[in-house]
Ligand binder design. Structure first.
Ligand code: 5GP
Length: 124
């Protein structure tokens, strides 16, 4: 069974301009905006503009141009938000599927920072 993309998911609607967002950074293939329910002082969601469900889907099927653009955007946003590893640091999280407890079925990387984030997992 392959990946099935739901074009009515909330991030697809943000990409179509149907729902407002607080944009941090935008390129040809990537959009970054602030999470509506921030878990840290810095909480940016980075999404590709293409219809990819998850990072594994993107990694398997996106073009090299999309992958390079997305990856460079992650670095650029860390710089813009002042959370690079050579500064205070941050955490990237990309939940996928059922076990990953993914709520929105459009690839997104959470960039979290601005405070010490504790250990990676706090419960089983
Ligand atoms: P997930 O659990 O899928 O990794 O994370 C989904 C994230 O999307 C959550 O952190 C949630 O707060 C955020 N979110 C859900 N709906 C919206 C929205 O309409 N706008 C923004 N900016 N963030 C949203």
């Amino acid at each position: 069974m392959g990946y099935t993309y739901d074009p009515e998911n909330i991030f697809a609607r943000i990409l179509r301009g149907e729902i407002p967002n607080s944009t941090v950074y935008e390129t040809e293939h990537t959009l970054a905006f602030r999470d509506i329910n921030p878990q840290a002082p810095v909480h940016v969601l980075v999404i590709p503009k293409g219809p990819y469900v998850s990072y594994d889907h993107f990694a398997q099927e996106a073009s090299e141009a999309e992958i390079v653009d997305f990856t460079r955007a992650l670095g650029k946003i860390c710089e813009m938000e002042g959370v690079e590893a050579h500064g205070p640091g941050c955490r990237f999280i990309s939940n996928a599927g059922h076990d990953g407890v993914q709520e929105v079925p459009h690839l997104h990387v959470h960039i979290l920072g601005g405070r010490p984030l504790g250990r990676m997992l706090s419960s089983a």
